[in-house]
Design a binder for this molecule. Sequence first.
Ligand code: PLP
Length: 381
Amino acid sequence: MNEIVYLDNAATTKLSKAAQEAVQPYLSGAYGNPSSVYSLGREAKKAVENARSRVAQAIGALPHEIYFTGSGTESDNWAVKSVAELKKGLGRHIISSQIEHPAILNTLRHLEKNGYDVTYLKVNQYGQISLDELRSAIRNDTVLITIMTANNEIGTILPVSEIGKIAQENGVLFHTDAVQAVGHIPVNVKEMNVDIMSFSGHKFGGTKGVGVLYAKKELKLPPFLHGGGQENDRRSGTENVAGIVALAAALEEALLNLPLLKVSQMRDRLIVELLKIPRSRLTGDPLNRLPGIASFIFECIEGEAMLLLLDQCGICASSGSACSSGSLDPSHVLLATGLSHEIAHGSLRLSLSGENTDDDIDYVLEKLPGIVARLRAMSPL
Ligand SMILES: *Cc1c(COP(=O)(O)O)cnc(C)c1O
């Protein structure tokens, strides 16, 4: 088998067919600057505004509540920093969780160095926060709750609507990093009671380097990038027209495919079969989990070694998060779920998409048990 079996869709996805088609004109003839007055420019402007309306529609928002950014990371930075800035007269306390993506955690650490106080809610073995703990963590000076919709490493889906309701009842703004959720499970900003939400095109079949920030219309977010006044004067810089068009097309295609029943069936087959390997366990929530994420611990194994042997078989997977691979620190998410350092090292994440087939799953099930056995035979543990 020379083909690649790609099981790292939580890191990034292949460009979807719809996105590939939609993007073509903007990579060739339709290269105008959306700010220009002549028709080539107006055509680009129309494409961006059309994409904005469709993205808004897809998440239950209004077009002027959608801002295009350069990544999910940028959207997270913008959301957290600008609410902190906007509300600093009212207080400097922020509530988050221990399992956020580094785009949130490192932004919060930066704010902590600048006089903000952050409460990181702990999670249980499944990666779930306690809503009671959230309620008790809210103080007079709390200005923001930022908790992700679904976790990228263990696939746990968090109770976002309930969190949003608690935020509303207490007059606190609620931001959610929905990068792993949008295009994978139904996401509606009204039903989720969110005020601000981040997501990213390349996690659902768009191109890399385009993100979205939703901010409800009542929120007058301060500008994040100062310049020529693009994106309603909030995020200047000539628009990534091709990427924005691709994102809208990919999102619509992804939503047509919901619910991802076939994907969750493949996920469940991986889970059932791989848990037959001795001293293996599932990480994340067994019930409330993303359709595409099967994540495991294989005790007495180094995750990085597993990835190299899988790669030799043409299988792309991940251990911990791609962002921290190359470092020997075990994943902060797995540690937060109560696993020891030693055990957390043996993690494996297989993340699927609609592009995967039953043959891919058969192939992994054929190869992985042998790889685990081989590594254990070599392990000093
Ligand atoms: C991938 C990811 C991000 C970062 O998005 P980029 O577009 O790659 O910057 C943020 N949060 C979560 C949960 C992610 O999975």
